[in-house]
Design a protein around this ligand. Structure first.
Ligand code: SF4
Ligand code: SF4
Length: 422
């Protein structure tokens, strides 16, 4: 794997060292050093929690700006399903698609449509699987990275199918090549409109030999601002019907949507990174039974709650619900069979899977044995610390501080309370 590219970073000039993010990072990736927050790139999962909580706007996500796009190319917008829940009083998804075309995109390929294909692929994968362990959705890249870093024994339970936006990029590119023989492959560029930094990071971190289906990843916030001025749906008649996604694909934007789309009763779904960690702890310890599919979303209530999405996720969820109920979104015939004959025969060809991406160990990841030894030493040291988790040492908890000392990243004297107690 090429080096993991993080989207989330910090502006030290804006950071006041207030420790808010230190306490809220779910994987204890933040430390305060010299009165500034620093992120440990080996631990960070790009969940965006620190962006959400920083009152000083010191944390931000990097992504491709709309002004960076090369509009001389055949640009294909890949809107995430959550984009359709951002707008008030909108009863037809076609307004969004028309708005994207008006922004200068040559065409639009809905990620929701690809999500429906991923549902089919997942069903085929589950039917052919021998193991009785539940499979875990690989759609949330923050969760996938968390599993790889903290729960490596669960890696083999991740569904090894392309994510919806990668599949959308692949299918959109192939469609454009078919319909525009005058274009060369380098003339076609796909642009994913992301609700979260984790998806930006995943798309930008390409494994050696892995095919790239998404050329740019931009922010839903930025696209939303552009769309607002173009979507005058109170003033103009309905645009031409263009949306091809069905309610199943649109449902992926909120928690349980992916799991429910499998039409399988034995599923578990959870959202919010703290709940996700609790479920992963249970899966790792083997205490979960009678479950065949696990859907986990780092954000609540699913991707609509991503930190790059402008609208409150719970409001967006209601809007999506109404759009699915009253709008132009209808269940489309399952046309995955048009995509690949092997799928029609109940097989999944390699071009729809990326198992290696889910089972590799990230570059720089600590050796498990060395990590366990360090943890053991840290536990012994933590027993001698004040157990106040005050954060004054720059580590989020006494236990994390003990590990930092064992790893040579902090000195015992940094704990002022302990020094005072002696
Ligand atoms: S929340 Fe974190 S990044 Fe923001 S000012 Fe406080 S310490 Fe700095
Ligand atoms: S993005 Fe998430 S994991 Fe990374 S430092 Fe921020 S809160 Fe921690």
């Amino acid at each position: 794997m090429a080096k993991y590219t993080h989207s989330v970073s910090i502006d030290p000039d804006k950071c006041t060292g207030c420790t808010t993010c230190l306490r809220r990072c779910p994987v204890e990736a933040i430390r305060i050093r010299n009165n500034k927050a620093v992120i440990n790139p080996l631990s960070c999962i790009d969940c965006g929690e620190c962006i959400r909580v920083c009152k000083h706007s010191a944390k931000h996500a990097s992504y491709d700006k709309l002004t960076d796009l090369d509009y001389s190319k055949h640009l294909i917008a890949l809107p995430a399903p959550s984009l359709f829940g951002q707008f008030n009083h909108m009863n037809e998804a076609d307004y969004v698609i028309q708005g994207l075309l008006d922004m200068g995109f040559s065409e639009v390929y809905e990620v929701a449509k690809a999500a429906e294909y991923v549902t089919d692929l997942t069903r085929i994968y589950m039917n052919g699987r021998q193991s009785r362990d539940p499979v875990i959705s690989s759609a949330c890249p923050a969760v996938v990275r968390l599993i790889k870093l903290r729960y490596p024994t669960l890696c083999e339970q991740l569904v090894p199918v392309l994510t919806p936006y990668e599949l959308a990029g692949k299918l959109a590119r192939e469609k454009a090549m078919r319909e525009h023989p005058e274009l060369s492959p380098s003339d076609i560029k796909t642009v994913f409109i992301s609700p979260c930094p984790a998806k930006v990071s995943w798309a930008k971190s390409v494994m050696e030999g892995q095919k790239v289906y998404v050329d740019y990843v931009t922010s839903m916030n930025d696209v939303y601002m552009e769309l607002l001025s173009r979507m005058k749906h109170d003033e103009v008649p309905s645009p031409e019907a263009a949306s091809e996604a069905g309610i199943v694909g649109l449902g992926w934007a909120t928690t349980s949507g992916e799991a429910a789309s499998l039409m399988n009763d034995g599923y578990l779904s959870a959202d919010g990174i703290d709940n996700v960690i609790k479920v992963l702890d249970d899966l790792e310890s083997g205490t979960v039974s009678d479950i065949s599919f696990v859907e986990l979303n780092a954000c609540s209530p699913g991707c609509v709650g991503g930190v790059l999405a402008p609208t409150n996720g719970y409001v967006a969820r209601v809007r999506l619900h109404n759009l699915r109920k009253t709008g132009g979104m209808v269940v489309k015939p399952n046309d995955i069979r048009d995509v690949d004959e092997s799928i029609a025969a109940g097989n999944i060809s390699d071009e729809y899977t990326e198992e290696e991406a889910f089972t590799y160990m990230p570059e720089g990841a600590p050796n498990m044995l060395a990590m366990m030894l360090a943890m053991k030493k840290a536990e012994a040291l933590a027993d001698k610390l004040p157990k106040k988790d005050c954060g004054a040492c720059g580590s989020p908890t006494c236990r994390a501080f003990a590990l930092d000392v064992v790893n040579g990243e902090a000195k015992l004297e940094d704990c002022k309370i302990r020094t005072e107690m002696e």
